[in-house]
Design a protein around this ligand. Structure first.
Ligand SMILES: [Ca+2]
Ligand SMILES: [Ca+2]
Length: 234
């Protein structure tokens, strides 16, 4: 920012005002952007009462996770009393066991789905853990992708099963004080199984009224200071 047409004292005042304003706005936008964790578990302490089904499985390489669900199994996490918020974000890991057959018409479809009270967080996809069978994920069936490990029967670990691929999370506009998410659901097959782990739900809080009032008060104080410094011309 340049103030070369102003006297030196006004340059300092404007620079101070601009930096103070940007700090105030920055504080509000940071509060808006920061996610507030409302639920998280790695199942190392067992299963919480918010889950409708599942057992904690202890695996030598995966540690504790919630499982084992057959292809047509399901479990629902229900959260209530969420603080006022504008967005909700979900992240979780998915473990696939046995021989998932993806889009194979004979041994499939082997699919996994999620559905939630935030419609934008949901979907159904096929998975395979061996080629040459194709899977739809991260697209919808019947899209063919070949992301299998090439090792039939290998445990397929998705660290962050997101809408656009591995290593991602789900975010949706959401304001309700309750949120529920169902993992799994009806399928035509039952002969593979899966588990989930490292569940995290965060919300983007509505800016506190106090923060907004503080910003307005700060802007008012800046205006008073400017009038005192520059006289009544403003
Ligand atoms: Ca775990
Ligand atoms: Ca199968």
């Amino acid at each position: 920012m340049h103030f070369r047409w102003l006297p030196a004292d006004r340059k300092r005042a404007c620079a101070l005002s601009a930096s103070t304003l940007s700090l105030a706005l920055g504080a509000v936008s940071a509060a808006q952007a920061t996610g507030l964790a409302v639920y998280q578990t790695d199942f190392s302490s067992g299963i919480d009462s918010q889950w409708s089904a599942g057992s904690v499985i202890s695996d030598a390489s995966l540690g504790e996770y919630l499982g084992n669900f057959s292809l047509d199994g399901a479990t629902t996490l229900t959260l209530g009393g969420l603080p006022s918020h504008t967005q909700i974000t979900l992240s979780f890991d998915l473990y696939l066991f046995s021989t998932w057959d993806g889009n194979n018409a004979v041994y499939g479809l082997d699919s996994f789905s999620i559905s939630s009270s935030a419609p934008a967080i949901g979907g159904s996809w096929t998975f395979t853990n061996h080629q040459p069978e194709g899977q739809s994920y991260p697209q919808a069936v019947p899209t063919e992708n070949y992301g299998g490990l090439g090792n039939m029967g290998a445990t397929y670990v998705y660290r962050g099963l997101g809408p656009l691929g591995d290593g991602a999370s789900w975010t949706a506009a959401h304001t309700d004080s309750a949120f529920s998410i169902t993992f799994g659901g009806p399928t035509t097959q039952t002969d593979e199984w899966w588990g989930i782990d490292n569940i995290q739900v965060t919300v983007t809080p509505v800016p506190e009224p106090a923060a907004a009032l503080l910003l307005i008060a700060g802007l008012g104080a800046l205006g008073v200071a400017a009038r005192r410094r520059f006289g009544s011309a403003v």
